[in-house]
Design a protein around this ligand. Structure first.
Ligand code: APR
Ligand code: ZN
Length: 228
């Protein structure tokens, strides 16, 4: 984790705004021209993100960065465009995988990749919703499945990158159990059911590969990442 100041980070991703339009900042909903409550600064009060062109109070964008993992990346809160390499706040744990012989529904010609995630309970860090408070971890180790074919192996590689960037899990309230301050899946779906599909988290699911690839892409993990 880098320790660049928000200003150092932001200057790579923003361009100057010559004329401030009569619009609200999407972070605080106050007029852009009136400046941010987060700072008293008077110069460059509005910043424009360079790729997507969305405008924000400088102070609001800085405050948003400071609430996140401070990894040198930012994501436009309006359109989700990612600047830099996005990281998450997944708590510490292990990701392992191996090949098991049985086939998944719909893939009789190949064996199966089983991924095992193991995350123990712990204490929340500064990047979590309640620093210093404990979090629970239910249902670990969690077992997940992919066919051991070309697409399955590609998704595995992308999941490894997402794991390293701490994007696969987060701490929050489980939609399944309603428990708060617990480790939950973070918007990248996995197939956790083997041999049937009672939960909807199993095969067959003809849209699964496209869906998980687009979920990975919306976190900034794409095939381009496999080239470096
Ligand atoms: N398998 C895979 N994904 C799941 C599952 C499951 N059994 N249950 C929910 N999800 C997906 C949801 O579709 C949602 O997108 O995870 C996301 C977060 O849902 P939560 O219920 O908040 O997640 P979490 O509490 O982490 O998981 C619930 O998943 O792997 C199992 O053992 C785990 O029973 C637990 C369940
Ligand atoms: Zn944007």
């Amino acid at each position: 984790i880098r320790v660049d100041s928000p200003d150092d980070v932001m200057k790579k991703y923003v361009t100057k705004v010559k004329k401030i339009p009569d619009e609200e900042c999407p972070i605080c909903y106050e007029k852009l021209a009136d400046g941010s409550h987060y700072t008293e600064d008077t110069d460059d009060i509005v910043l424009k993100l360079s790729k997507c062109g969305h405008l924000f109070h400088r102070g609001c964008l800085h405050a948003m960065y400071s609430c996140g993992p401070k990894d040198g990346s930012i994501q436009c809160p309006t359109c989700k465009t990612i600047y830099g390499v996005k990281h998450g706040n997944q708590p510490p744990g292990r990701m392992d995988y191996h090949i098991i012989p049985p086939s998944l529904q719909g893939f009789p010609e190949c064996s199966t990749i089983r991924i095992i995630y193991d995350i123990p309970p712990g204490t929340q860090g500064a990047e979590h919703p309640n620093p210093g408070k404990r979090y629970s971890a239910r249902g670990f180790p969690r077992h997940c499945y992919l066919p051991d074919n070309e697409i399955g192996r590609k998704i595995l590689k992308l999941l490894i990158i997402a794991w390293e960037r701490r994007l696969l899990f987060t701490i929050g309230t489980s939609a399944t159990t309603s428990e708060s301050s617990t480790v939950v899946w973070n918007e990248i779906h996995h197939k956790t059911e083997f041999g049937s599909n009672v939960t909807g988290h199993g095969f067959p699911d003809p849209n699964y590969f496209d869906n998980v690839l687009s979920e990975l892409a919306s976190q900034g993990v794409t095939e381009d990442c496999l080239k470096d």
